[in-house]
Write a protein that binds this ligand. Structure first.
Ligand SMILES: NC(=O)c1ccc[n+]([C@@H]2O[C@H](COP(=O)([O-])OP(=O)(O)OC[C@H]3O[C@@H](n4cnc5c(N)ncnc54)[C@H](O)[C@@H]3O)[C@@H](O)[C@H]2O)c1
Length: 342
């Protein structure tokens, strides 16, 4: 099968492409090689195990320049939660218009599409009557608190409308995806890259808030296996599949920092808690994996701690932006009134 991967030169795209090639498929990437993501675009192209077409998913004309394909993995997106709060046009264009065009292309080709949405569509997630946190289920309402989450929520509906009965469709909602190859230059995403930068500079790890916020960190290879499984196990036409991707286990931000420090050469670091709240951030997130089990999809093989360790070891000698880049991104939010003490 020839699989078109939009955003294929990015973090999840490269892992997915390698796995698909290992399973006997051909891959083609459609990617703008966004400067915010790629410190070295030529290296990203060289790493991709297939042709890379430099093109914008939100540009209708670009779709006619692509080779034919049998399936689409739609990953291209703007991904910075806080940045989405002030760059709305850009996020809307890429995340909604881009998904609309990807769905139209899949439908016209009669090709199945696997599209990555996000856990951000759930927003804060549910609690039970006693106030205990509940993992998010696929049928939960969409209550995004960031504009990024809103674009992902709208894009899901647009995708389902556009493919309708013309192509099988799968929407995956990953939690926080981590692992080797994650962008180390993009200060708008990824607390873990910020921790790595500070670890390498011998600085304490800065945690925004009290560190008790929880996330569900899933290894990128577990997500890639889920995508690859869906490509060959598409649902029936007109019966789209919506699934979570995570470990189903919560990790606090303090635990995340401790896992990162433990995997670094010194094995430890001090932590500092900073009174910061950024617009669009949530307190808690975790995936319910009930539906994945029910449909026989592959469940994650790595714990969050293993995923963090893999990331830190693989990235330790990589070229990373200085920790000041994350401080600059926070200052930018402050200037715009989108971050402050609690
Ligand atoms: N990484 C995570 O934790 C996470 C969690 C949930 C969902 N997702 C979703 O997974 C997908 C991939 O994320 P990632 O972590 O690999 O991000 P990434 O930034 O590493 O990769 C995104 C890729 O898309 C490309 N791109 C950006 N705008 C484009 C456009 N207009 N046209 C074509 N290409 C464009 C970028 O150059 C980059 O190569 C995104 O849809 C993201 O929203 C990621």
């Amino acid at each position: 099968m020839r699989v078109l991967i939009t955003g294929g030169a990015g973090f999840i795209g490269q892992h997915t492409a390698n796995l698909l090639v290992a399973r006997g498929h051909d891959v083609v990437a459609m990617d703008t090689l966004s400067p915010q993501v790629h410190g070295d675009p030529a290296a990203a192209v060289a790493r991709f195990p297939g042709e890379v077409v430099q093109a914008d998913v939100a540009d209708e004309a670009a779709w006619s320049r692509l080779p034919t394909f049998d399936a689409v993995v739609h990953l291209a997106a703007e991904t910075g939660t806080a940045q989405s709060m002030y760059e709305r046009d850009r996020y809307q264009r890429v995340n909604i218009q881009g998904t609309r065009l990807a769905a139209i292309a899949a439908a016209s080709a009669g090709a199945g599409i696997v599209s990555l949405s996000s856990r951000a569509v759930y927003g804060e997630g549910r609690v039970d009557a006693a106030g205990a946190l509940l993992a998010s289920r696929e049928d939960d309402p969409h209550e995004p608190v960031s504009y990024y989450g809103e674009t992902k929520s709208v894009a899901e509906g647009v995708l389902l409308d556009m493919v309708s009965d013309a192509a099988p469709a799968v929407i995956i909602r990953p939690q926080n995806v981590i692992g080797p190859g994650q962008a180390l230059h993009n200060p708008y995403t990824g607390v873990l890259a910020a921790f790595l930068a500070r670890l390498r500079e011998g600085k304490p790890l800065s945690i925004y808030g009290d560190g008790r916020q929880t996330r569900d960190f899933v290894h990128v290879s577990d997500l890639a296996r889920l995508v690859a499984w869906n490509i060959v196990s598409m649902p029936q036409l007109g019966d789209p599949r919506i699934i979570n991707c995570g470990t189903g286990v919560r990790t606090t931000l303090t635990e995340l920092a401790e896992h990162a420090a433990a995997a670094s050469p010194s094995g430890r670091a001090s932590l500092e808690y900073v009174e910061v709240h950024r617009a669009g951030d949530i307190e808690h997130a975790c995936a319910d994996l009930g539906r994945l089990s029910q449909i026989g999809a592959p469940l994650p093989e790595h714990s969050s701690a293993e995923a963090v360790a893999d990331f830190v070891r693989a990235s330790w000698h990589g070229e990373i932006a200085p920790s000041s880049a994350w401080e600059d991104a926070l200052a930018e939010l402050n200037r715009r009134g989108l971050a402050g003490g609690r």
